[in-house]
Design a binder for this molecule. Structure first.
Ligand code: PXG
Length: 459
């Protein structure tokens, strides 16, 4: 086995990491993860780390599930690859399409496969525009999204996303994408003195205002994550999505739910739209469909769109080499069946989800925690400088990064998004493991508080 230093040297010399300042990482050296089991990672120095982020929001069934390994092995032996172009198909892709129709909401009977969530959202852009073309309304091409959304890193995915840093590089967004403000109560509702519920309605009506400003006859679709993930686990008020649904219906606009993070049990239902209350026309998925064991993504196509594409559309000129990859589909089948066999959706909804919510409410007594929220097994802590006023730390302090540093050093993977510390642990997590995770979170918050006191950052 190579030493950590040796790995880091080779990594810095050749490997350009995603979303990374290459030079500063090369100076610092990567953390090299070598194995994992259940919810624990091991790094190249032999440290054990509790992975409260499920890899990158994807390892829903946890690490080391033999059923997924066996499915991949058997499929690779039998048929490692065949494509789905030119009027062919493979059994795993057909069976996965059938099973997805079963576990998704009833309006979904069809799927288009991709290799990732980004590609799934590229498919969404082409598909919704194609839908309106076929219906003789090509001018309906604008897609409305939200600031701070994350929909991937391809040209269309990053354009749909609402990350200003991404738009600043590479000539984005592409034409015909507009953004409204996100439903973040702490930032936009609380300063106005609005209740969460009242703010949810206001935030949804920003959509209506934008539709009217653009002209409803030009708007093709609205896309959103049920809970914004990469943006910092922004959980919208319960009034938000039903009102968004009403508005989309009123103007005949397609509703797209990006379920890349929220899908496959994360929120306590199979899909986030079921928890948050919408009935989308299209759903993007990836990550949890295979629990990240192999790459796979796609778009669930609701009956409204499928009927038009199938009956009136002729050839849809779009597809990927790996659309319906047999090994990825075989792993997805094993993964979904395992979620069903272990009852993981119910486990989140009835047991560990409510338990995590209770633990998070308990964290509200910590001097640094201004807000603590969960939805299923997604959680966010907002770190504030002054609990009474809710004042934020100055940006230069990077309080989230300070806290994340303590997490790294104490065997816990918890992400920082600005001042929000976020988690999304594997769905197999037990109550005892949540207790272990909470003890680590408390320790890291205490260490962060000590830093803040020592450095005079508190007001
Ligand atoms: N939609 C959503 C909602 C996502 O979270 C994608 C699309 C794109 O999926 P692919 O498979 O193309 O990566 C994602 C991906 C983060 C982080 O920092 C989140 C994602 C990816 C990378 C980093 O939280 N989500």
């Amino acid at each position: 086995m190579r030493s950590t230093q040796d790995w880091q040297r080779a990594d810095a010399a050749h490997f350009l990491h995603p979303f990374t300042d290459f030079q500063s990482l090369a100076r610092k050296g990567s953390r090299v993860i070598t194995r994992a089991d259940n919810i624990y990672l091991t790094d190249s120095d032999g440290n054990r780390i509790l992975d409260a982020m499920s890899g990158l929001w994807c390892v829903n069934v946890g690490y080391g599930q033999q059923a997924l390994v066996d499915a991949a092995t058997q499929q690779m032996q039998q048929l490692p690859f065949y494509n789905a172009f030119f009027q062919t198909a493979t059994p795993p892709a057909i069976e996965l399409a059938e099973l997805l129709a079963e576990v998704t909401p009833p309006q979904f009977q069809h799927v288009f496969f991709s290799g990732s969530g980004s590609e799934g959202n590229d498919t969404v852009v082409r598909m919704v525009r194609r839908y309106w073309d076929i219906l003789g309304q090509p001018q309906r091409s604008v897609i409305i999204s939200r600031t701070n959304a994350y929909h991937g890193s391809t040209m269309a995915g990053a354009s749909l996303g609402g990350m200003s840093g991404m738009h600043a590089q590479g000539g984005l967004p592409i034409p015909g994408i507009e953004h409204i403000e996100q439903p973040y109560w702490w930032k936009h509702g609380r300063p106005q003195g609005l209740s969460r519920e009242a703010f949810g309605l206001q935030a949804a009506r920003w959509l209506e205002e934008r539709i009217l400003a653009i002209g409803p006859e030009k708007v093709a679709a609205f896309i959103g994550e049920p809970v914004q993930g990469a943006g910092g686990v922004i959980i919208p008020p319960s009034t938000y999505w039903p009102e968004v649904q009403r508005i989309c219906d009123a103007y005949g606009i397609l509703l797209v739910s990006d379920e890349v993070i929220c899908g496959f049990g994360r929120t306590g239902h199979w899909f986030g739209c079921e928890t948050l209350g919408s009935q989308p026309d299209l759903m993007t998925f990836a990550k949890g469909v295979t629990s990240g064991y192999v790459p796979l993504g796609g778009v669930m196509v609701g009956n409204r769109v499928a009927k038009v594409l199938i009956e009136q559309g002729g050839e849809f000129e779009h597809g990927y080499t790996y659309s319906g990859h047999p090994v990825a589909c075989a792993v997805a089948l094993a993964n979904i069946r395992l979620i069903q066999r272990l009852g993981l959706v119910e486990h989140v909804r009835d047991d560990v989800g409510p338990y995590l919510a209770e633990q998070y409410r308990g964290l509200m007594d910590h001097p640094l925690v201004g807000d603590a929220e969960t939805c299923g097994l997604m959680g966010a802590l907002l770190l504030v400088r002054n609990k009474a006023t809710g004042d934020a730390f100055p940006e230069a302090v990077s309080i989230g990064m300070v806290c994340r540093g303590h997490c790294f050093a104490n065997g816990l993977i918890m992400r920082a998004v600005g001042d929000r510390m976020i988690i999304a642990p594997p769905l197999v997590i037990t109550r005892a493991q949540i207790d272990e995770m909470m003890a680590l979170i408390r320790r890291c918050l205490d260490l962060t508080l000590a830093d803040a006191q020592r450095s005079g950052w508190l007001s």
